[in-house]
Design a protein around this ligand. Structure first.
Ligand code: ADP
Ligand code: MG
Length: 604
């Protein structure tokens, strides 16, 4: 295995690499860095999002430019302001031991005179978005007539965003004999044509197979009636209390609408789209980065720049028009060695598109059911139990304990537990008890399933914490129970517990095996869940009561901590949700969590 040193990097860069904690080069770095260091060549490099492309071009560029000269020698074009700033930051970090280095970011939405001033001081490397760059070249604020290296980063994204003309214009001001380094996650024909037009015999390197999404992402789809889309979204969020997600909508309007509705319904959500001012976007992104916003609702264009690790779920509220876009969306999760889930909410008329996406990404989707009300109640209940278990005690309350004890003196531990849970749970239960089944039937589609079967849903007290995902848990159960391939289904893994189904005929076997079962010395218990999982339940009448329900009810960020406090929701959106006198706290009154980002439990 190669090291950064063996790739040919200089000592001052190696020192920065050590400081940053990078241990070994990623595949794209391993392939690109030696070539770029040794040859003056054009290159086309295809690698998924999150594979370390910035360093793959950043290090060679830093090593090759002359920091003693004030001439602009390297230009990096990137699609969005966010990315532009990110790349600039990375380069500044990589080059912190390069004396005299000046990397300047050029992007729209900020003062052009300030940027021009910075350039004037002498910038060896400029990182720019195409629009602003073209503008500044036009105003003769920037001279790129002597650049030696030009990087087209996220080329597919730039072309998607309609920057073809701008790029052509910009490059017409650069020398013929420069080297052009193109980096892209995918290779649509537009990128191929730009490579052909602007590059000379480029060396092509590919990491992984082209257009295939990463293995760390599993793909799921949920079939609902179009009018239930929003309710389905909420259920998915409720069934995943620790969700940290990007929700993709197709239009700015839908993006705004869904975000507003989520906020009204008490979720920590935010909107990101092009009609917002740059300042508004920055605020949303900041809240998202530090986890104050758990659900970022975004358009594809606006989300281009998002490079946030640890996103647990990408939710396709609507499918994109272009399949290619799906790859970009799902690539927002499952980064940096973590696993992630890409969920698609589809209506009957769109379900065929799933097959087309499967073909493109060469991965299978799992058809899953929108969780029923009872299942969500159970998830939230156990989540509450775990939150209580993991809560650090706040000793500020010590002085009130005698009085509190006096009030509660007549209750046993058991009664107290029941009461504590009822405080949150009754409310929750009332919202969900009559919730209807949101799953639409597939009709004649390819994705019909065992919905009419006599089925039992089980709860089991192992989950993601024990290193299971749905596939490994399914395998584990099948092996243990000695059942056939399709006999264990609807496996849903949460953090510290999971659900699965078998046909009723296997119920005795399952309960028997788990009657007294230990895994690594720990008692594993399986119980029949009240929810049958997906369809086939009663309670189909009436409207969904979950509207306006306190999703945060069992999870909170009060007191600057991640677990423990109970977030209360704002009042609902004018529906009939029960009101809890004195319990609902307005959002603005909610304790702010200050910088708890790093404390959030990382998912692996
Ligand atoms: P891409 O441009 O391919 O989407 P980035 O260049 O943004 O990926 O890198 C993704 C993340 O991985 C960044 O946080 C970066 O600092 C980190 N990273 C890059 N190379 C390495 C490495 N060799 N070892 C560890 N982390 C790395
Ligand atoms: Mg990148």
């Amino acid at each position: 295995m190669s090291t950064f040193k063996s790739l040919g990097l200089d000592e001052n860069l190696l020192q920065a690499i050590t400081d940053m904690g990078f241990e070994t080069p990623s595949e794209v770095q391993e392939k690109a860095i030696p070539i770029l260091l040794q040859e003056e060549t054009d290159i086309v490099s295809l690698a998924q999002t999150g594979t370390g492309k910035t360093a793959a071009f950043g290090f060679p560029m830093l090593q090759k430019i002359n920091p003693d000269s004030r001439t602009t020698q390297g230009l990096i074009l990137s699609p969005t302001r966010e990315l532009c700033m990110q790349i600039t930051n990375e380069l500044v970090n990589y080059g912190k031991y390069v004396k005299g280095l000046n990397v300047v970011a050029i992007y729209g939405g900020a003062s052009i005179t300030d940027q021009a001033k910075q350039i004037k001081k002498g910038a060896q490397i400029i990182v720019a978005t195409p629009g602003r760059m073209k503008d500044m070249i036009g105003r003769r604020m920037i001279d790129i007539s002597k650049i030696e290296y030009c990087v087209l980063d996220e080329a597919d994204e730039m072309l998607n965003m309609g920057f073809y003309e701008d790029i052509t214009e910009i490059l017409s001001h650069s020398p013929e004999d420069k080297s052009t380094w193109l980096f892209s996650a995918t290779m649509p024909k537009e990128v191929a044509s730009i490579a052909k037009k602007f590059m000379h015999k480029p060396i092509e390197i590919t990491v992984g197979s082209k257009n295939v999404s990463t293995d760390s992402v599993s793909h799921e789809f949920y079939l609902v009636n179009a009018r239930d889309r929003y309710l389905a979204l909420k259920r998915l969020a409720d069934a995943n209390p620790d969700i940290f997600s990007v929700v993709f909508c197709r239009t700015k309007r839908d993006t705004q609408k869904v975000a507003e509705q989520l906020i009204t319904d008490g979720y920590s959500a935010g909107a990101l789209h092009g009609d917002l001012s740059q300042n508004q976007r920055d605020i949303v992104m900041k809240s998202f980065r530090n986890r104050q916003v758990q659900m970022l609702v975004a358009t594809d264009v606006a989300a281009r720049g998002i490079d946030v690790d640890d996103i647990t779920h990408v939710i396709n509220y609507q499918l994109p028009d272009e399949i290619e876009t799906y790859t970009h969306r799902s690539g927002r999760t499952g980064r940096a060695g973590k696993s992630g889930v890409s969920m698609v909410i589809v209506s009957k008329s769109e379900v065929r598109k799933i097959g087309a996406i499967e073909k493109k990404i060469q991965k299978k989707f799992e058809k899953k059911d929108i969780p029923g009300g009872m299942e969500i109640c159970e998830v939230q209940l156990f989540h509450l139990a775990n939150s209580i278990k993991n809560t650090e005690i706040n000793h500020e309350i010590d002085m009130y304990l005698p009085t509190i004890n006096e009030v509660l003196t007549d209750f046993s531990k058991e009664e107290l537990i029941k009461k504590v849970f009822s405080v949150e749970f009754t409310r929750f239960y009332n919202y969900y008890k009559n919730a209807k089944d949101l799953n639409a039937s597939a009709g004649s589609g390819d994705y019909s399933e065992n919905d009419s079967k006599d089925t039992v849903r089980y709860f089991i007290n192992i989950g993601g914490k024990d290193d299971f995902d749905w596939m490994s848990l399914k395998d584990f159960l099948r092996d243990l129970l000695e059942l056939g391939k399709d006999d264990v289904y609807k496996v849903d893994v949460k953090d510290s517990f999971s659900f699965f189904n078998t046909d009723t005929k296997h119920q005795e076997l399952v309960l028997g095996v788990f009657n007294d079962f230990k895994l690594d010395g720990r008692n594993i218990s399986v119980e029949i869940s009240k929810d049958r999982g997906g369809r086939g339940r009663g309670g189909g009448r009436g409207r969904d009561r979950s509207r306006g329900r306190g999703r945060g009810g069992f999870k909170g960020k009060s007191g600057g901590r991640d677990k423990g406090g109970f977030k209360k929701r704002s009042s609902g959106s004018g529906d009939d949700r029960p009101k809890f006198a004195g319990k609902s706290r307005r959002r603005s009154e909610r304790p702010q969590n200050s910088g708890t980002g790093g404390k959030r439990r990382r998912r692996n």
